[in-house]
Design a protein around this ligand. Structure first.
Ligand SMILES: [Zn+2]
Ligand SMILES: [Zn+2]
Length: 61
């Protein structure tokens, strides 16, 4: 996992950069498949609220 903020190589599966603390996991839009920035609240490609998608995924488990 390479941090997009500082370029540090982090352990695979890390949620946050161990150098600068930036979130590493991109949020994949369930509707269109676009990979949004970890801090994004809405898909920049189709506009669907990403927080709602996360909630739906969590409810399935
Ligand atoms: Zn970093
Ligand atoms: Zn989308």
């Amino acid at each position: 996992m390479i941090c997009s903020n500082c370029g540090t190589h982090n352990t695979e599966g890390s949620n946050y950069c161990n150098n600068c603390g930036a979130p590493l996991k991109h949020i994949k839009c369930e509707r269109c498949g676009f990979h949004n920035k970890p801090s994004a609240k809405f898909c920049v490609n189709c506009g669907v609220p990403l927080s709602t998608i996360i909630r739906i995924v969590n409810n399935k488990n």
